[in-house]
Write a protein that binds this ligand. Structure first.
Ligand code: ZN
Length: 307
């Protein structure tokens, strides 16, 4: 399961790194384009390569302006609109994405999202405020509209047999934040008599979590504490908000909880972190074992935004 839990950023980066020959070609691109524009294409026959390229490019430019409507899984509950407009990625977008990933530009995916996605009512929206599951949703939809059609996938069963399958976008199941969900989400810790309110993780919070985990050189449990502390909206005791100055104090409060309370809040955090967005449960049958089953897969492993 571990290889399925890689982030898309890692996957696309690995993919990009395995294609190092692309970069020098991209650097030459502007020159080639200029040469094409300088050529008197009207004197050339229609089937000349210069005219064929011009027609194909014009088609791409037109297509770039078709915007599709989508409803985000956060369902309007997280401080931004439910409805979002998305256009398919162009080859130019792909080039920028791959180029940025080569130069390890941290926000390469976010930069593409900013170009291909918009909120009609919030033109200056900071896309770092997206929840992580909304970002995943956007990337999967971008992939599906840019590269439509069935995917050939290979899965590995318990006996280490490789099984080839077809995957359609329609096989993904989408889980929306319920419209009547109380947000920030709340969990009660009975031993400490606390009500703990959590936000969903946004891209901005995720960066803060990564940074804090590095600086505290944390183990898995510390990363979990940091994640919970940085997504904490407020904590109440007997209906009164507990005051704190920084997330380190929240970590200390977490560390002082009984194992029972700690298990409750960790389970709650994990459940809420994985509850929404696209999920993929794929039925398979292995002819070698003569048996099958269902496997939970990470959709972003198959719906990629790079060529
Ligand atoms: Zn098998």
């Amino acid at each position: 399961m571990q290889e399925n839990s890689k982030t898309l950023q890692q996957i696309t980066k690995e993919k990009a790194l395995s294609l190092p020959q692309i970069q020098p070609q991209m650097n030459q691109t502007p020159k080639i384009q200029n040469q094409l524009e300088d050529m008197p294409s009207n004197t050339l026959p229609e089937n000349h390569i210069v005219n064929v390229i011009k027609t194909l490019k014009a088609k791409q430019d037109d297509r770039a302006y078709i915007w599709f409507d989508f409803d985000l899984p956060s369902n309007g509950k997280c401080g931004y609109d439910k409805n979002i407009k998305m256009r398919e990625m162009t080859t130019a977008d792909e080039r920028v994405l791959i180029k940025e990933m080569f130069s390890s530009k941290e926000n390469s995916l976010l930069n593409v999202i900013q170009k291909c996605v918009k909120f009609e009512g919030q033109p200056n929206f900071d896309f770092e405020n997206l929840t992580t599951f909304d970002q995943d949703f956007i990337l999967i939809e971008l992939s599906a509209i840019t590269f439509p059609g069935e995917k050939d996938i290979t899965i590995t069963d318990d006996a280490n047999h490789k099984i080839s399958l077809k995957l359609n976008k329609s096989e993904l199941s989408l889980s929306l934040v319920p419209f009547d969900l109380e947000y920030p989400v709340k969990v009660n810790l009975p031993m400490a008599n606390l009500s703990w309110y959590l936000n969903f993780t946004t891209l901005k919070t995720l960066k803060e979590i990564d940074k804090a985990t590095k600086s505290l050189s944390g183990d898995v449990l510390m990363r979990l504490f940091i994640s919970i502390a940085l997504t904490t909206n407020k904590i109440e005791k007997n209906g009164q908000a507990i005051k704190y100055d920084n997330f380190y104090e929240v970590i200390r409060l977490l560390e002082s909880l009984t194992p029972t309370d700690l298990k409750i809040i960790i389970d709650f955090y994990n459940e809420k972190s994985n509850a929404y967005g696209y999920k993929l449960n794929k039925d398979y049958y292995c002819t070698e074992c003569g048996k099958g089953g269902q496997m939970e897969l990470e959709p972003l492993n198959f719906f990629r935004v790079t060529i």
